[in-house]
Ligand binder design. Sequence first.
Ligand code: UTP
Length: 292
Amino acid sequence: MKKVVRKAVFPVAGLGTRFLPATKVSPKEMLPVVDKPLIQYALEEAVAAGIEVMVFIVGRSKGAILDHFDKAYELEAELANRGQAETLTIVQNIVPPHVTCVYIRQAEALGLGHAVACAKAVIGDEPFAVILADDMIDDEQSGCLAQMMRVFEDRQCSVLCVQTVQPSETGNYGIVAVSTVSDRLSKVDAIVEKPKPDQAPSNLAVIGRYILTPAIFDKLKVVPRGAGGEIQLTDAIAMLLADETVLAYEFEGQRYDCGSKLGYLAATVKQSLKHAELKEPFKKFLQALDLD
Ligand code: UTP
């Protein structure tokens, strides 16, 4: 019987040091792009891909994420009193009724691999998705995760989302060596975390979307601490390669690295230019800028 991906893990326990002081008390994932926080874009992408159980790995000062996906009695009553029906509907429909949110605390920020391992009790023996909300991916067709789900449905193995990056940027990513399977799809032969450009096996970088088989949990249990003293998901995937096929999928769409200030600003500008009410006045504002 074909396996189905029903659960997604959102590791949101990182410290977000690149956005300090904004992230001192407020989670990076709650940074808004126009009027929605990054984590909501990520949840919507998961819903569009058919995910029903959202597992958030949270750390200290991430309470705003729980509140954002919870009912807000006072706000809802106030909006109803004021007759702001449209706004009330927006607030009430952030999480669709068929979706369940689960929160697990990662007591120490020991790395992305450790964060994913924290989800084991909820994921059990099923394939699952991992979404890093600070990688915002705009694909108007179906969403990046939905594209990856189609690959999983067909191939029934782990799928990593990849993008070609500048050779000088390999030190920021997990980098894969691959053999081509078909258009956009290749088989991962090797994977290495944050290699220097002269040691990188390619410039194909893993970005913040994964579909993983539950076998990854056994690898995460034994993988030694890697780059930065953290338990790296990349290192566990490297171990998985010895037992299972892992595919790399080049997604369709536009990715914004909202964990960096430049990527975040780019996402904000691009989304503003797509916003029904903002696009015309914002375009005028940009055109009037004297950029020299
Ligand atoms: P990053 O490497 O982007 O780290 O983590 P960060 O802490 O969020 O941000 P900077 O680099 O300090 O600015 C990649 C993803 O893994 C999660 C983060 O929340 C982010 O989504 N993560 C990282 C955890 O959930 N736990 C960890 O221990 C580390």
